[in-house]
Design a protein around this ligand. Structure first.
Ligand SMILES: Cc1cc2nc3c(=O)[nH]c(=O)nc-3n(C[C@H](O)[C@H](O)[C@H](O)COP(=O)(O)O)c2cc1C
Length: 212
């Protein structure tokens, strides 16, 4: 089968979405033709849009932005919709892999509805979405094998997604949190991720807390 892996993160490097796609690829690389797409530097070309219309499966990985999808991904959807309406020759199944900053993966349910509605407009089948909360933790877990420790839910769900995808099956979406206590995640995210990122960008706690 021809499978498109689309990374919908605007990050240029080391996105959590890329990590998730890499994990999925380990389960589906045998016997399938896998083509990677990114939209973080440039929009897709006409040739790439036409190529997507000839896929058996589209996998779209993205970060949750304001309870929805990032705007550059939305723009890609709007353009791809026009191509799908005129150029699609066969049934295409769409699977989504979301991750978000808050602990609860269930926050991605509106984003999946957006993708489901887009599929309906294009005449595509929405197969399933999987969503991981505490997404920024993923970048620190490169050495942890999928399906173990904090990535236990992610690994198990990813495996099930890979099976559904290869059978072109429709299943209910799975939205979950990391296998890590919420309070510990909150502490680590605040001190080692958000504050550290703020410092790197020349901000301090006082500036962040300032009410405008
Ligand atoms: C503009 C913006 C909006 C965001 N909105 C949300 C949100 O509504 N809910 C949430 O849980 N996380 C939100 N996040 C956090 C991202 O979803 C999170 O950092 C994610 O892990 C990034 O994934 P990526 O590395 O694949 O881009 C937002 C981040 C940015 C930059």
């Amino acid at each position: 089968m021809r499978i498109a892996l689309i990374n919908g993160s605007p990050k240029l490097n080391n996105s959590n979405s890329a990590f998730m796609l890499k994990g999925l690829e380990t389960f589906i690389s045998t016997g399938n033709d896998i083509i990677h797409y990114t939209i973080n530097r440039n929009p897709l070309t006409e040739e790439q849009y036409l190529e997507l219309c000839g896929m058996d499966i589209l996998v779209i990985a993205f970060p949750l932005y304001i309870d929805a999808i990032p705007s550059h991904l939305f723009r890609m959807f709007v353009t791809l919709e026009e191509y799908m309406k005129t150029e699609r020759k066969k049934d295409i199944y769409v699977y989504a892999i979301a991750n978000n900053g808050f602990y609860e993966g269930k926050q991605n349910h509106i984003a999946f509805e957006i993708i489901n509605n887009w599929c309906l407009r294009c005449g595509l089948h929405f197969g399933q979405g999987i969503a991981q909360g505490g997404g920024e933790m993923i970048g620190f877990m490169e050495k942890v094998p999928l399906g173990h420790g904090p990535l236990k839910n992610l690994g198990n769900t990813m495996k099930a997604l890979a099976a559904n995808l290869q059978a072109r099956q429709t299943e209910p979406s799975a939205l979950f949190s990391p296998n890590f206590p919420r309070f510990a995640w909150r502490f680590a995210a605040t001190h080692f991720f958000w504050n550290a990122s703020a410092k790197k960008n020349g901000l301090n706690k006082k500036v962040i807390r300032k009410r405008l």
